[in-house]
Design a protein around this ligand. Structure first.
Ligand SMILES: Nc1nc2c(ncn2[C@@H]2O[C@H](COP(=O)(O)OP(=O)(O)O)[C@@H](O)[C@H]2O)c(=O)[nH]1
Ligand SMILES: Nc1ncnc2c1ncn2[C@@H]1O[C@H](COP(=O)(O)OP(=O)(O)O)[C@@H](O)[C@H]1O
Length: 205
């Protein structure tokens, strides 16, 4: 049987740089598959249906929950977000590596279902810098930015439950750290697989 792939979960308060870091990681790592979530939030300027998210209506989201189509879902900043069960289970059983860019509530649900998942939390270097990044991104209205900053206080307190915490001060350093975490998990997993194969061999199975 094909060995299952590695599962990575990246969470962060809004504006910490999670999407930019994951995008940079994907440019140098062709083995990762990023799951496209469903959301009830309105698309931002450049966002495309099926690329950043599947943008759906609240009643459609509710129907998907009822049909059990989400492996995890959560309410974040007043909207709903969820990860499709079929897509990630399909990829993992084919031995593919999957990365989820989701909030901390979703991350902790994923850990319960997939104890081997690697949970990574991205922190901004300071509150001032987080606010600046949200403003500089220029995608959200002032009230939306205010909600995100307020929620960020509770979100960063969850970092302690994650396997790794990366501070995104200098962008290139943070990309390097993220790459290192992903790579070391692959090496560890490969080592476990070799160790198991050796035991199976000695047992004649
Ligand atoms: N639980 C969960 N959270 C998600 C999912 N997709 C996105 N999120 C999170 O929802 C939050 C808001 O995302 P978004 O609206 O794209 O805003 P941004 O973080 O400011 O770019 C972020 O913390 C995302 O990681 C998902 O499928 N499940
Ligand atoms: N290390 C960094 N230094 C300065 N600006 C950054 C850094 N990382 C990301 N940014 C910028 O901060 C803003 C928020 O980043 P984004 O990736 O959209 O965050 P998130 O996905 O966590 O909400 C973007 O304008 C991005 O270009």
């Amino acid at each position: 049987m094909e060995m299952p792939g590695n599962l990575y979960v990246v969470a962060a308060p809004s504006g910490a740089g999670k999407s930019s870091l994951v995008k940079a990681l994907l440019e140098v790592d062709s083995h990762l598959n990023v799951s496209v979530s469903h959301t009830t939030r309105q698309p931002r300027g450049q966002e495309q249906h099926g690329r950043e998210y599947f943008f759906i209506q609240p009643d459609e989201f509710k129907a998907m929950i009822e049909r059990g189509e989400f492996v995890e879902w959560a309410a974040v900043h007043g909207n709903h977000y969820g990860t499709s069960r079929g897509v990630i289970e399909g990829l993992l059983t084919q031995g593919k590596d999957v990365l989820l860019e989701i909030d901390w509530q979703g991350a902790l649900q994923i850990r319960k279902l997939f104890p081997a998942a690697v949970l990574i939390f991205i922190l901004p270097p300071s509150w001032e810098e987080l606010e600046q990044r949200l403003r500089r991104r220029g995608e959200d209205q002032a009230d939306v930015i205010a909600t995100r900053l307020e929620n960020a206080r509770t979100e960063v307190a969850q970092a302690q439950f994650f396997d790794y915490v990366i501070i995104n001060a200098l962008f290139e350093t943070a990309v390097f750290d993220l790459k290192t975490v992903v790579h070391s998990q692959r090496l560890k997993y490969a080592a476990q697989r070799r160790a198991k194969a050796a035991v199976f061999h000695s047992l004649g199975i």
